[in-house]
Design a protein around this ligand. Sequence first.
Ligand SMILES: [Zn+2]
Length: 271
Amino acid sequence: MSTVVFWEYRPIGENTLQELARQGITRIELLESPEQFDMADAKSMKYVAESCRSCGIQIVAYHAHKTNFSDLETEEKRRARVDLCKRQIDTMLELGGKVWGSHARTADGILLKCYEDLARYVEGTDVSVVLENFKDEGLWVEDRVAFLDRINHPHIGIVLDVGHVRDTRGANPMTIPGGPTRVLTMCGKHLRFVHLHGFKDGVDHFPPFARGDTMQWVELFRMLRAFNYSGNINFEPKGEPRHRNSIEMTALAPERIVKMEASTGILEEFV
Ligand SMILES: [Zn+2]
C-alpha cells in the first residue's frame, strides 16, 4: 500500500505505520514527502527505516512524485537531477526497495537522456526505474509505451496507474469491460508495477470497492495472471480527511477480488 493514504494529513512514523501493520499491511510504497524526510539523504532515511523496522513494515518502492525532469535547460542541471535520482535509488536499495518511479510530466529528449542514465546506473541490480501514466495528453499509456520502446531497456518500464488511464472520449477504459485487457496488452513487456485504486464519477484514488466504484477488478486481475505478471501491486487510495476507511478497505480488497472472481465463472472469456 502507498503512504499516499497519509498524504498532507498525517506524518509518516510509528503511529501511522503501526496502523497499516494492524490491518495486516506490511509492504509499502513510500511517497516522497520532502517536508518530512529526504529520500536522497541516507541519514534522513535511516529514521524512516527504523520506524518501518519497529512496525514490521518493508519498503518495496519509492514514489518520487515531486522529482521531475521539466526545468533542466542546461546539461549541468540535468546531471544534477540525475544525481539526485541516483541518491534516492541508493537509499531505496539500502532499505530493500526495488522500484523507483516518477511522474515525469514532460516526455522529451531530456527525459530520455535522464532515464538512459538511470538505466545504466541500475544495471546489475534488481531495481526497476518506472514512469507513471497520467491523465494529461502526451502522458497516456500509449505515449509512455512509445517512450519506453525508444529506451528499450530491461530495467526501465511503466507503472500502470489504473485510475489515470484515459481514452480519446475522456473515459477510463479500466472501468469498462474489455478495457483492462486492451490496456494491459498495450503495456506488454514494459509493465513493471501497478497502482490500484477505486474510481467513480471520473475521480480516482478512492479506496477499492468504495460505494459506486466502477473499476473492473476481476478482469484486471485475470489479465495480470494471464500475462504472468510477477511484479508487485500497490494500492494507492487517498485517506483522511477525504476517505475515512481506506486502510481497512484496502486490507479487505484482495479477498473480495478473489471472491468476486470465483463467483463470476467466466474465466474462459479472458484467457
Ligand atoms: Zn499512481
